[in-house]
Design a protein around this ligand. Structure first.
Ligand SMILES: [Ca+2]
Length: 167
C-alpha cells in the first residue's frame, strides 16, 4: 500500500494551483490510487446511474456520495483482506475480527483511506463551469472524476480551477 502524507497532498495541490487555499485534509495520511486501477475503482464507486434532479440530486450530492463510497470501499477492502488472511475467523463480526487482528499483531492503526475527495471549482477540462467533482491522488499525479458521468481526466493547472478540496 503506497501512501501519501497530507502535507505532501497540500504541496501537490498548491504547486499546481497556487490560488487554491481551501484544502481540508481530515487524516494525516492517505492511500494513493494506482492509476491502472482507476477505471475499476471509478466503476465500483459510481453513482452515475442516479437520476439528475436540479438541486435535489446534482453535482454536489453526486460528489458527496462518490466520496462516501470511496470511504466504504476502503472499509470493505480492509475487512475482505483480514478475512482472507484469517480464514479461521471468517465468520466473526467486524468488531471481533478487529480485536482478533490486533491480538495477532496486525497494524490496524496504520491503515489509511483512499486519497479520493470532493472538489469544487469554477473550471474543469477547460470549460468555465461552477461544478463539484471528485479528486483522486494517483501514482501519476492528480486526477478528477465527474461523478455524474464517470468521466476521468488528469488535472491540469490551466484547464482546471479548483477552489475547494476535501478529502
Ligand atoms: Ca444539489
Amino acid at each position: 500500500m503506497k501512501t501519501i502524507s497530507s502535507e505532501r497532498v497540500r504541496t501537490m495541490l498548491q504547486t499546481m494551483w497556487p490560488n487554491l487555499r481551501m484544502i481540508w485534509l481530515t487524516d494525516p495520511v492517505y492511500k494513493i490510487v494506482p492509476v491502472q486501477e482507476l477505471p475499476e475503482i471509478v466503476k465500483q464507486l459510481s453513482v452515475a446511474h442516479m437520476v439528475y434532479i436540479k438541486n435535489l440530486w446534482d453535482c454536489d450530492e453526486s460528489a458527496l456520495m462518490f466520496h462516501v463510497n470511496a470511504k466504504k470501499y476502503g472499509y470493505d477492502e480492509f475487512f475482505a483482506n483480514l478475512r482472507e488472511k484469517y480464514p479461521e475467523h471468517y465468520d466473526l463480526a467486524e468488531g471481533q475480527l478487529v480485536r482478533e487482528a490486533l491480538k495477532q499483531g496486525e497494524a490496524v492503526n496504520r491503515e489509511a483511506s483512499y486519497a479520493i475527495g470532493e472538489c469544487m471549482g469554477t473550471k474543469f477540462i477547460g470549460q468555465m463551469i461552477d461544478h463539484d467533482v471528485n479528486i483522486i491522488i494517483t501514482d501519476e499525479g492528480i486526477y478528477f472524476a465527474d461523478p455524474q458521468t464517470d468521466e476521468v481526466w488528469k488535472g491540469h493547472e490551466e484547464g482546471d480551477a479548483p477552489f475547494f478540496v476535501k478529502f
